[in-house]
Design a protein around this ligand. Sequence first.
Ligand code: SF4
Length: 477
Amino acid sequence: MQVEKSSLKAALETYPEEALRLLMRYDGAAPRYTSYPPANFFNQDPVLIADPLIRSSNRKDVPGGRDISLYFHVPFCPRRCLFCGCHTEIDRPGDFIKAYMATLSREFSLLAEKLDRSRPVSQIHFGGGTPNAVPSSHLRDLIAQVRATFAVRADAEIALECDPSLILRPQLETLRSIGFNRISFGIQDVNPAVLEAVNRRASKLPPRELVATARELGFTGINLDLICGLPFQTAESFRATVAEIIEAGPDRVSLFPYAHVPWIKSHQTALESLPSPGPGDRVRMCLEAREAFTAAGYEAVGMDHYARPTDELAIAKRDGTLRRNFQGYVTSRAGQVHALGASAISQLQEGYLQNEKNLETYQVRVRAGELPFSGGYRMHPEDLAARDVINALLCQGRADLRALLSERDLNPDWVESYRFESLERLAPYLADGLAEEKDGLVTVTPAGFPLSRRIAAAFDPRQTNVPAEGARYSRTL
Ligand code: SF4
């Protein structure tokens, strides 16, 4: 069946059962492609690859830009949300947190010894976990250490992810005075029944007041996170949540489908006995939200982000510089991401380095004067080319195979077979109007956008043996 291509929502209204059946037929597991290759391939020996990767990030001609982007992982939360897919620890005592933050500082010193000090820092990002659950003096000291070590660009983005149930105006004032200028709040939903079911507390300030206060204090790029697919969410309740978020008027919204991966995060099994929207309902809810955000003046950015037209993210989408990394969609300001903290992953132009996940082992190694890498992956030119294609599909919704595959010094036989095999995997999506291809330009159609990850996977030479129902990755819909 060929789906009406002008709008999937229109298609769902016109042929609801057929259109849904078509999407469901293609549903299945796929990587989120916040990295390529995905993190389960980071199994190379860091002793062999760490120094070459860091050295290449120092090169003056490194293609992704040599600016330093620092990510500090703060893996502590006061309670566990049952949907959580992050590396975090619950209810660790203050002394333990203090010692961990001191270890982060030590790790930064060790890393700085390997970086070219003339490289500017354009981004400092604190994620977690819940960075605003630790005393702000720890965050202040780390920022001061970065400033004392590198030149931080005047327009650098200094950002943190916040749990809004722990924040009132005085905490926002403190964060701003420390130097934070970007902020993201994990709202997830405003419905008390949903929040209670997932063991999460509501924002202390209503979203509208939260955003207005942050804006008044000078934060920009204010982001609110939502999750679709949680227990007790209904089309009606989620519509009300989206309306409240639109009324709050953030600069950006991230609307993530809930990723159910109980084989990795066993606490998620607690959600399985609760009434939850099925994949079809979830698609409808996401599409309705997309319509609502765009009708309210937001631009759709990638698969699941929305931004005001004047926001940097929307500008990056329009000028083709949007990028995808572990933080979702980012601007090209991200440069080379050097990540610190237990489980953190550095994303450098030529590969990835993952830190020890275990908090104790991580700290022992750093205190012994080691950079605590436990694995990683050094990219080949073929990996870089596949990453370019996948990123183009997920960031721009289209990929010009001819242009992207001619940018690198690739073996012509590999290029030919990559193109042939990828288009062969794409063929069913082309036949059903979910993607289009003309003279090597591949486009995800509006009808196909909920399946973007599956369509991108057609261009992933490593995914060919992963069964559609494979349990390694979360489902797409
Ligand atoms: S606040 Fe975030 S990191 Fe912490 S448990 Fe909840 S979802 Fe996970």
